[in-house]
Ligand binder design. Sequence first.
Ligand SMILES: *[C@@H]1O[C@H](CO)[C@@H](O)[C@H](O)[C@H]1NC(C)=O
Ligand SMILES: *[C@@H]1O[C@H](CO)[C@@H](O)[C@H](O)[C@H]1NC(C)=O
Ligand SMILES: *[C@@H]1O[C@H](CO)[C@@H](O)[C@H](O)[C@H]1NC(C)=O
Ligand SMILES: *[C@@H]1O[C@H](CO)[C@@H](O)[C@H](O)[C@H]1NC(C)=O
Length: 339
Amino acid sequence: MLFSLKSLSIAMALLPLPQTTPWNVGYISSFRFRLQQQLTFLIFELADPVIMINPTDANFGISAVAPGRLLTSADGTKIFAEGRGDPSKPAIVFIHGFGLGAQAFDDIFNDPLWLSRAYLVRYDTRGHGRSDKPTNAAAWVSQRLAEDFDAVVQSYNLIKPFVLGWSIGGTQIADILSYHPPSYVSGLIYDAAIPYTSVLFNVTTSAAQALVPGLLQTTNVTQFQAGYIDFINLCHPALDWDFYLGCLGDGVVQPRAAAELIVTRTQNSTGLLHAGTSEGLPLLAIFGGSDKLVIKQAVLDALPGWQNLTEVTLPGAEHFTWISRPVLFRAAVLNWIGA
Ligand SMILES: *[C@@H]1O[C@H](CO)[C@@H](O)[C@H](O)[C@H]1NC(C)=O
Ligand SMILES: *[C@@H]1O[C@H](CO)[C@@H](O)[C@H](O)[C@H]1NC(C)=O
Ligand SMILES: *[C@@H]1O[C@H](CO)[C@@H](O)[C@H](O)[C@H]1NC(C)=O
Ligand SMILES: *[C@@H]1O[C@H](CO)[C@@H](O)[C@H](O)[C@H]1NC(C)=O
């Protein structure tokens, strides 16, 4: 199954049942069975084919099958990407955050209502998940990350996609706009995002910063293990067990040297800020009202003079905003992109 029973049942609960027919249980269950067949067919039609992920040193021995593609970025780094949804609809490229792969977005990519209204593309950014994980500094200069995004855009034939950056994934939008004009994308979506690397310690809470040394050190397994559990719990304190283990697993497959380069690399924020202050690039900035990692006002302070900025705060939402508030999050994004 490519999408969970949970999201299917949410979607079915939201779909109207015909009003003219008597509401007997047998009718409803047969209607739902037919609907499930149709939705399953739809999802298989709209998803990438399943590919093998071969174990290599670079991907830390991951051996698995997954729907998606392995792309080759300009420097030869293999990037795992996946597209789902309706390619005739507006495209959104999702960039995940620190120490978690593209699987972080599963609840969105498994949701038939998202899939019917947009074309969703995600990728494991270099150093994460099923992509290669280089640990030399040359692989982490800004242009390499922009090239990874380019490889995804080209492979999926995207024209002016929207780009959504979650958490530290938001910094990669600054990489993209250092090597492309604002017209390369239709608009930016920051989801509890860090806009660029030099404000990493301005926009994050002291609780988030306190975790960093334990997550980056390589001598104390107990501290790493406890730190990763604390980190995932700070992102959201009550995740489904399978998903929680997936998040922890993304930590285990990542070399610490790659994690360190993600938080220490430098970039130039000029292109990003120029796009917002002088070129009118639209920005939707979403925040979780109960986010324990990212400070909303500090993010807004890092974007002075941004002309076209829509701010949405999801009440009570944790750092995993879309898991806390799936319906509000979906409406905020899809309405804003005009899907
Ligand atoms: C390893 O980390 C744990 C948890 O932070 C700590 O209690 C322990 O003293 C550390 N061990 C060493 C040898 O530093
Ligand atoms: C950042 O980029 C701008 C133009 O895009 C350039 O003028 C500036 O010198 C760059 N800054 C650094 C520190 O490289
Ligand atoms: C802001 O961007 C949206 C597109 O997302 C556009 O419809 C709107 O006209 C822009 N507003 C201004 C003031 O430019
Ligand atoms: C970030 O913090 C540093 C040091 O506290 C400060 O000098 C700088 O102005 C801050 N930048 C932004 C954009 O808030």
